[in-house]
Design a protein around this ligand. Structure first.
Ligand code: AMP
Length: 401
């Protein structure tokens, strides 16, 4: 993006301002806004004006009883004061991202000024990737920059289709998007070995494609969290009431076989902290992972597993981590995830490269207070997963062709 001449140009920029708000519509975590600031400032410093577009929440899924969108709850107007403060520029606002107001306000901007367009998802045409809607959005800019990695896996109007209205030399990636791609490429294409992938979270089905790909590139694969119990059952274990996707038992077996054939060391939890209820205050005990009694469910990895996983992590040179190793939202079952975060941080301090792949693993690393001790934290949960699976993301393809 640095190669563009921004002087006197209107730069239409897709950002990810989908930030959490409390009941008073105050921003409770501004990470996503802060991450977009360097790209916006680069354009302003180059003499351009910036027109920002983003979604906020899922207004189409939460329509009011009369079928209209809940503007009060989902308006991006809530973001304006804080964004103005972060940029040091008074940000203007258009109450519709599409139509005459947005277009005329974009033309009236002077270099150095910023206009925020209303939530793109107020229009159902956004998610449908509707062509006329995308053409309308494109009229608000002379150059299109996509800096919203978190939505790059969606073929929506503002993330993908709009790019078709700009010539190759009129569109590009923002700095955040660029660094997300560069960091994912580092793990995919040129990892220093040994390369270790740590996968956790609730479901095997979400991550089976990534696991399959990782059996072709990693030296070590560590699996924990709810998804580990499908593997434990596939290996003949008893898992009580733990999470399990029975439809995936055969695929789990295939993955284990493929890892073996490829010489990948595949680590599953050997012991598990089980609970007699899905609650922080449930009774707890530690048992071997394949010997969980009925009425109990595995909610965290056990101490022996923590030690084994940490030893592998600390000997790794490149680490990819996606998904918590237990129900880390409950303090009594967060120990495995916290210990993993500490091991990743320790390996990074010793020189390893670590990529934390978005979503709940980011909350986990933040909760452990270690976010500044890892190499890169992705802003895109689903987008990062799909990129690492080897999919071509529509938001990226729309720029690179
Ligand atoms: P995902 O979005 O697939 O990465 O899943 C994240 C969620 O998985 C978190 O909310 C965790 O609480 C949950 N999770 C992790 N381990 C377990 C487990 N053993 N049982 C139930 N849920 C789990």
């Amino acid at each position: 993006m640095k190669n563009f001449d921004y002087n006197n140009k209107r730069v239409l920029m897709r950002v990810d301002f989908n930030v959490p708000l409390n009941d008073q519509h105050q921003i409770t975590d501004d990470t996503r806004i802060k991450k977009a600031v360097p790209t916006i400032k680069t354009v302003l410093a180059g003499g351009g004006a910036v027109i920002l577009m983003s979604h906020l929440g899922r207004p189409q899924k939460k329509l009011k009883s009369d079928g209209s969108v809940n503007v009060e709850k989902f308006t991006l107007r809530h973001i304006v004061p804080h964004l103005s403060k972060l940029l040091g520029v008074e940000v203007q606002f258009a109450s519709n991202c599409f139509g005459a107001e947005a277009k005329s306000k974009s033309f009236l901007l002077n270099p150095g000024q910023v206009l925020l367009l209303e939530n793109t998802r107020f229009h159902k045409e956004e998610a449908a990737g509707e062509e006329i809607f995308a053409a309308g959005l494109s009229q608000c800019g002379d150059i299109y920059i996509n800096d919203a990695f978190g939505t790059a896996h969606r073929a929506h109007a503002s993330t993908t289709v709009v790019a078709g209205h700009f010539k190759a030399d009129e569109k590009g990636f923002g700095l955040l998007m660029q660094s997300e791609i560069e960091n994912a490429e580092k793990v995919l294409n040129s990892p220093t070995r040994p390369l270790t992938a740590i996968l956790g979270g609730a479901k095997v089905s979400d991550k089976i494609k990534l696991l399959d790909r990782l059996t072709e590139t990693c030296q070590n694969i560590i699996v924990g969290g709810g998804m580990a119990y499908t593997f434990a059952k596939a290996k003949g274990g008893t898992i009580g009431n733990s999470l399990c996707e029975d439809d995936y038992l055969d695929l789990a077996k295939e993955i284990l076989q493929k890892a073996k054939d490829n010489g990948v060391d595949f680590y599953l939890p050997t012991d598990t902290v089980i609970a007699d209820d899905f609650s922080n205050d449930a009774n707890r005990k530690v048992v071997p992972t394949g010997e969980i009694p009925d009425g109990w469910e595995g909610l965290d990895i056990g101490p022996e597993t923590i030690k084994a996983f940490s030893d592998v992590i600390k000997k790794s040179s490149t680490i990819l981590w996606n998904g918590p190793l237990g129900v880390f939202e409950f303090d009594n079952f967060a120990f495995g995830t916290e210990s993993t975060a500490k091991a990743v941080a320790a390996a990074t301090q010793k020189g390893a490269y670590s990529l934390i792949g978005g979503g709940d693993s980011v909350s986990a690393i933040n909760k452990a207070g270690l976010s500044d001790q890892v190499s890169f934290i992705s802003t895109g949960g689903g987008a990062m997963l799909e990129y690492l699976e080897g999919k071509t993301l529509p938001g990226i393809k729309a720029i690179t062709g």
